[in-house]
Design a protein around this ligand. Structure first.
Ligand code: NAD
Length: 424
């Protein structure tokens, strides 16, 4: 299999390179043919657009934007839009494939896509951002659509940008079409429960893993790296279910308390302190690196990619790692983690609660009816638990880690759909 993956390989520990290693391993175990291997890897569509925007200075600047549709075999493609100076076509291609596997593993009827614009949102005014988002939407009017390709926020974009996208698309089509995008403000058809959905999925995955390892949540301990959207909700929901959170961290450092951190107080502190835990007094300040070596049951990396590597993996004492972040573990650490007998609930499973509630947002928009928070949560929990159980069974069947099992589940689903539909 000589295909060269277009993912950016800037250094040896690239998370997208890690994804490809695991993908290749799963493909080998499944005995996928060379033909199918290429069908799965090559994106169906990739579009590059130039977007002229009048800047506040009065000058016109042209931005380069991308949208890559990796697969639509399971349904319309789904994936976020990233506004970042480093965005490039190779990265967008790899992230689009990642979305295909994530949607397939939790069994929601979506393919994978990703979009992006090379720009620096931190240096742009709200007016410039709006003109850029509207220009990007118009340039991709034929690509987007509630039955074709449904964007969502990613790095550098949020509710505000999704509202502009929905408005621009709707105006061009002459009717209001909320289902063209998810991650919208509630008032425009966003879903209750979306904000905490990823953290919630992390909690459900962690509890499902604890059950298999016979760890009683009321006696369990955990540490959480990253105290943003995913980390703080995961910590809070785990705490609600009895787990004692011994350390949390953010860019300001890590905070340790062996009696358990008061998560409600930590969130309140962060919210009044410009989003930072800096100066939080309910715990002892330790270094960010030391958080990984604390002896607890569960380690939740929920900050960024590539934080568990060959360099620090030996020091990890947790029995389980539940990956809230995308790509937090380098593939080079996989074998050591397996040898140490640590259970890893991989990112494409553990953090899929977010895309699951995005799917619910789209369903609610299409039926024109709003679900209660209780219904959203109940259905998220069921999807996440079913996905975990399925991946767990496959891991036993193939005698592989949950990570490889998750790729097997996803690849098997997508490749069998291609086979049934045929028509090549
Ligand atoms: P966020 O920006 O809300 O929070 C990130 C947190 O990580 C912040 O507290 C930040 O201070 C902290 N952080 C950053 N670098 C750190 C470091 N080196 N050490 C310790 N803490 C550090 O982001 P988020 O939405 O919570 O996303 C976190 C991760 O989860 C990302 O990998 C993201 O791709 C992934 N993810 C998010 C969602 C979602 O719905 N938000 C869904 C799936 C995956």
């Amino acid at each position: 299999m000589a295909y060269i993956e277009p993912a950016p390989i800037k250094d040896k520990e690239n998370p997208l390179e890690s994804m490809m290693h695991r993908f290749d391993k799963a493909v080998e175990l499944l005995g996928i043919s060379d033909e199918m291997y290429h069908i799965l890897k090559v994106p169906r569509k990739q579009v590059t657009v130039g977007i002229p925007v009048t800047m506040d200075s009065g000058k016109i600047k042209v931005f380069e934007g991308y949208r890559v549709i990796h697969s639509t075999i399971l349904g319309p493609s789904k994936g976020g839009i990233r506004f970042d100076p480093d965005v490039n076509l190779d990265e967008v291609r790899a992230l689009a494939a990642w979305m295909t596997w994530k949607c397939a593993v939790v069994d929601i009827p979506y393919g994978g896509a990703k979009g992006g614009v090379a720009c620096n949102p931190r240096e742009m005014s709200a007016g410039e951002m709006e003109r850029l988002m509207r220009g990007y939407t118009m340039a991709l009017l034929d690509v987007f659509g509630p039955d074709q390709d449904i964007p969502a926020p990613d790095m550098g974009t949020g509710q505000r940008e999704m509202a502009w996208l929905m408005d621009e698309y709707s105006k061009a089509k002459g009717m209001t079409i909320p289902a063209v995008v998810t991650g919208k403000p509630l008032v425009l058809g966003g879903s209750l429960g979306r904000t905490e959905a990823t953290g919630r999925g992390v909690m459900v995955s962690a509890l499902a893993g604890m059950e298999k390892l016979r760890i009683n949540p009321y006696r369990a301990t955990a540490v959480v790296q990253g105290f943003g959207n995913v980390g703080s909700h995961a910590a809070s929901l785990l705490r609600e279910r009895g787990v004692s959170i011994h350390a949390i961290s953010d860019l300001s450092g890590a905070y340790y308390n062996d009696k358990g951190i008061d998560i409600t107080a930590a969130i309140a502190y962060r919210d009044q302190n410009n989003g930072s835990l800096d100066g939080f007094t309910g715990a002892e300040l330790i270094s960010g690196d030391d958080l990984f070596s604390i002896a607890v049951d569960v380690l939740v990396p929920a900050a960024k990619e590539d934080v568990i590597t060959r360099r620090n993996v030996e020091s990890i004492q947790a029995k389980m790692i539940v990956e809230g972040a995308n790509g937090p573990t380098s593939f080079k650490a996989d074998d050591i983690i397996n040898d140490k007998g640590i259970m890893v609930v991989p990112d494409i499973l553990a953090n899929a609660g977010g895309v699951t509630v995005s799917y619910f947002e789209w369903v609610q928009n299409r039926i024109g009816y709003k679900w209660t928070l209780e219904r959203v949560n109940r259905r998220t929990d069921r999807i996440m638990k079913d996905a975990f159980d399925h991946v767990y069974e496959v891991s036993l069947k193939y005698k592989v880690s949950l990570r490889i099992a998750a790729y097997i589940v996803a690849i098997d689903k997508v490749s069998s759909t291609y086979k049934f539909r045929g028509g090549f």
